[in-house]
Design a protein around this ligand. Structure first.
Ligand code: ATP
Length: 132
């Protein structure tokens, strides 16, 4: 049977290289799934949890922006930031959430609202992925 390879990389590190059976990822247009034999694809990624199946196991990782490329039975995720679920520091994400929330509530004119909203989405995405 054809196999599927998954690589998750960021500008800093290789987060994962693994043989998998299935990959589910958060595209900007919605979640998409990849099995072996998938046609070539380039998809922009949203912020959130992605998962991969190995036999009966399903494992999660958090990805923040970037792209997923599918070609020749290989899924390459090039993310701005990514962590495996069990590498996520939940306290740190909780603090990032509180900071972003306070910034948005203060409503100061100099606040970069989009930046705070993205920080909040990353924090919430990490918290929910860590609990998978
Ligand atoms: P923070 O404000 O806590 O730095 P952030 O959302 O601004 O959060 P990013 O810019 O997305 O952080 O990521 C910077 C680096 O820190 C990346 O290498 C990312 O993998 C890592 N990182 C960020 N938050 C966490 C976390 N809660 N647990 C583990 N690694 C994290």
């Amino acid at each position: 049977m054809e196999g599927l390879r998954l690589e998750i990389v960021t500008p800093d590190k290789v987060v994962l290289q693994a043989d998998v059976d299935y990959v589910g990822a958060p595209g900007v247009d919605g979640e998409f799934g990849v099995l072996a034999g998938h046609i070539p694809l380039l998809a922009a990624l949203s912020i959130g949890g992605m998962y991969y199946r190995q036999g009966v196991q399903t494992r999660w990782a958090f990805v923040s922006g970037g792209f997923a490329e599918v070609a020749d039975n290989k899924v390459t995720v090039l993310a701005e930031a990514a962590e495996l679920a069990d590498e996520i520091d939940v306290d740190r994400a909780q603090q990032a959430y509180e900071r972003a929330k306070a910034r948005l509530e203060e409503q100061r004119p100099e606040t970069d609202i989009m930046r705070a909203q993205f920080a909040m989405r990353r924090a919430l995405g990490r918290i929910s992925t860590a609990s998978r």
